[in-house]
Each structure stands twice: as C-alpha cells, then as structure tokens.
Design a protein around this ligand. Structure first.
Ligand SMILES: Nc1nc2c(ncn2[C@@H]2O[C@H](COP(=O)(O)OP(=O)(O)OP(=O)(O)O)[C@@H](O)[C@H]2O)c(=O)[nH]1
Ligand SMILES: [Mg+2]
Length: 409
C-alpha cells in the first residue's frame, strides 16, 4: 500500500465522521446562510474538532466565502479543506542533525510510545541513520522486554537496565554507548504513568538535565504521543504535558479504527503543537510523517495527485452516493439515514424521529447487542438543542441508562 493509500485508509472512519457528514449536510441547503454555518460548527464539534477550533474554522470559512463571493453550498467543503490544510501546515520535520541527537518519547499509559519508538527506529534506519534505543521506562520489567522486541524488529541496538532502575541513569548509559559507537540518534522510551504526578515532571526534568550535561547543544526532540481514539482527552493530556516538558512535536497514534482523528485540528490550533507523525496501525511501517496537504486530502477526498479509482469518481463521492441510495438489504440504521442536520425538518417530525431512535436504542440495550453503532447518533442527539422538553428529559434518561449498563465509552 502506498503513502496516500495508507493515510486514506487510516483516516476512513474520521473521514466518514467529519467530511462525509458535512457533505451530506451542505447538500440539504440551497443557499449559504447562517443556519448552514451553525450546522457546520455543530458537526465539527461532534467530529472532535473542539468548540474553539470549530468556531475558528467557521469564522475563517465565512471570511473566505464572503471575499470570494461564493454562493453555492457545494463549494463550502472545498473551501473548508483549504483552510484546514493551511491551519495544519507548519514545521513538522524532526530536527536531529547533531551526532548524536536525542528523541525523548513521552505520554500516558498505553498511548503507543513503545510501538512508536520501534516504528520510528525502523524508519530512521531506512533513511540511513544509525539508531540506538534507551529503555528508560524502568517502571516495569515488561516495558523493557517490549522495547527489546521492537529493537529486534527494527534491527537496532538497545541499552537497558533492570526494572526499577533510575531512568536518568539509563539515558546516561544510552548516550555514552551512542557516543562510543558513533550513532546518529538515541531514542528513549519513558514510563507512562499519570501525567499530573509530580514525580513524572521530576523524572523528565532529571532526564533533560542529563542530556544537556552529556550532550550540550545537541538536537533534542521531545515527542508527546497521544492516542487519537481518546478525542478531546488527548488535547487535555497535551495541555498538562506542556507544563511538564518542552514538547517539540506530537505523534498521534491509532488513527486507524477511530472516527476521532479530527482532534488533530485543536492540537495544532489551540496548543500550537505540530503533529510530526501519525500512527495508522500496529506494524513496523505503520508510522507516517505528518503532511498537512496529504492529511487534508485524505480527510476530505482523494488527493489530486493520486491515481483515480477505476470509475473515475472519488472514494468520497462513492460514499456519498452510497448514502443517498441505500442498497437493498442495507441495515435499518443506514436506511433511515439519521441526521439531525436536516434543515427543513418540522419539530413534529424531529420529535417522531427522536422517539423512533429512542425505541431502537432501548431495544438494543435490552438485547445487549448493537448498542455501539447507535452511540454516535446518540451523541448527535445530545448536541441537538432543538429537542422539546419531554424529549430532552427522555434523552437524559437514555444517557443515564447507557452509562449504567456500561455501554458508553
Ligand atoms: N491500531 C493501532 N494500534 C496501535 C498504534 N500504536 C500503538 N498501538 C497499540 O497500542 C497498544 C499500546 O501500545 P504501547 O506501544 O505498548 O503503548 P505505551 O505508550 O508504550 O504503553 P505503556 O508502556 O504501558 O505506557 C499496543 O497494543 C499497540 O499495538 C496505532 O497506530 N494503531
Ligand atoms: Mg511502553
């Protein structure tokens, strides 16, 4: 699979969640008006873009549409795409030119730090750099063993101590070994315990002091790894880590399989941090350097430079067509094409549609089956501020029931 295909494939769910919904929404409008912008903002917020960034995007979009005199709603998505591309552009390359340079990989438990290090080592090695790993997550023995497995896969040396050792001492030894062997890059794993603990800050500060003392003036990258599937929570994690370390870039993992990839936008816009790599799978070659234009292309449709599909239409168009003309035997959920974003809907019709949804959800909860697929729709209803009072009460009950039965996220 090529570079574009990998990203496009990895962003499939996010694309369906954001641009798929937006395209469907703008098609229900015949002119560009305030209501369209309101619905757009709502869809962006639901696509994990965050309130502030969604407002910012809509503001920029309004400006562009006014300046260019655009009146056709179908052109809105293209404009949005260019604003997103511009917003995501910036310095996304690794600065590792001194020999050796150091990459510290930080982040909370389970976000994909160790996996990312394995993939990154393999990538840098393929580029002709000599890499050495430092197992500075000494919190548990399994962490060291896991990094060893990745070192073998990437075919790079590793420096390790035993469980419970001082992480800064591991970094010291890794730097000494890299100097002795003439390595280009040292990549250090770190423990992923709670990010708001003072001991983590102290540990990172101590590691930084060792690096500065042993390699004064070296290029140092501190990459914060965030799990895209945690959505807005990833933004909060980044905020807290910004207080603990001088982050130079983000690695956003697990973009494959989550519809929450829109979180890349607030990370850039609200925190001013560049995403340098994205993780789109668990294999050695599933780490991609971040490219704003390619990302926006994959998020909105096919890249202009990529070969066209056999039919000549884009995947994106195919998806929209499929949504417009449900196949025979398609699931009942799809046939109803639920979208609170139908601008011409009367309150009575909305009420009926919501009640039908509530019935369906209760049935699934009773059967303990297929609830997951309805959660997205539930969150759309939660953001619908046009429900009447009774429906709002029912919605609150539904949310509590979902929570109590452990069906929520
Ligand atoms: N699908 C997918 N899975 C990933 C990706 N990156 C990491 N994972 C998986 O996420 C899980 C956790 O990854 P680790 O690399 O162990 O995470 P960590 O941050 O080192 O975790 P701790 O050492 O426990 O703090 C593993 O099962 C990985 O295979 C990715 O981009 N996509
Ligand atoms: Mg780890």
């Amino acid at each position: 699979m090529g570079f574009f295909e990998k990203i496009r494939d990895g962003l499939k769910k996010t694309r369906e969640n954001i641009s798929g919904q937006i395209t469907q929404m703008v098609r229900s409008f015949t002119k560009i008006d305030e209501e369209l912008f309101e619905e757009l903002e709502e869809l962006l917020v639901m696509g994990d873009v965050g309130v502030n960034t969604s407002q910012f995007l809509c503001g920029e979009l309004k400006k562009a549409i006014r300046e260019k005199g655009i009146t056709d709603p179908e052109l809105v998505v293209g404009e949005l795409k260019s604003i997103v591309t511009q917003m995501l552009s910036g310095d996304d390359s690794l600065h590792i030119s001194t020999k050796p340079s150091v990459i510290l990989v930080i982040g909370v438990n389970g976000v994909g730090k160790t996996t990312t290090i394995g993939k990154l080592a393999s990538r840098l090695k393929a580029e002709g750099r000599s890499v050495l790993l430092g197992a500075a997550d000494t919190f548990r023995a399994a962490a060291i063993e896991q990094l060893e497995v990745w070192a073998q896969r990437a075919e790079v040396p590793i420096v390790k101590h035993s469980e419970g050792a001082d992480p800064a001492a591991v970094v010291f030894d890794a730097i000494s070994a890299a100097k002795a062997r003439g390595c280009d890059v040292v990549i250090c794993d770190t423990a992923g315990r709670l990010h708001n603990k003072k001991n983590l800050m102290d540990e990172l500060a101590k590691i930084s002091r060792i690096i500065d003392r042993e390699l004064p003036g070296c290029d140092k990258e501190t990459l914060l790894v965030l799990d895209a599937a945690t959505g807005q929570n990833a933004v909060n994690q980044a905020r807290e880590f910004q207080n603990a370390a001088a982050i130079t870039g983000i690695v956003l993992t697990k973009l494959d399989g989550t519809p929450k990839g829109g979180v890349v936008l607030p990370i850039k816009q609200e925190l001013g941090l560049s995403v340098k790599f994205i993780g789109v799978g668990e294999q050695l070659d599933d780490l991609q350097p971040f490219d704003a234009a390619a990302f926006a292309d994959a998020l909105f449709d096919l890249p202009a430079s990529a070969p066209q599909e056999e039919t000549g239409s884009t995947i994106f168009e195919k998806e929209s067509e499929a949504a417009a003309q449900p196949e025979e035997g398609a699931s009942p959920v799809k046939e109803e094409a639920p979208s609170p974003a139908v601008s011409t809907e009367t309150p009575e019709k909305k009420h009926r549609r919501f009640r039908a949804f509530a019935d369906r959800l209760m049935d699934r909860l009773d059967e303990k089956e297929g609830v997951e697929e309805l959660l997205e729709e539930l969150s759309r209803w939660r953001n619908d501020n046009l429900l009447d009072r009774d429906d709002q009460r029912l919605l609150r009950n539904l949310l509590v029931t979902v929570e109590n039965r452990g069906a929520g996220r």
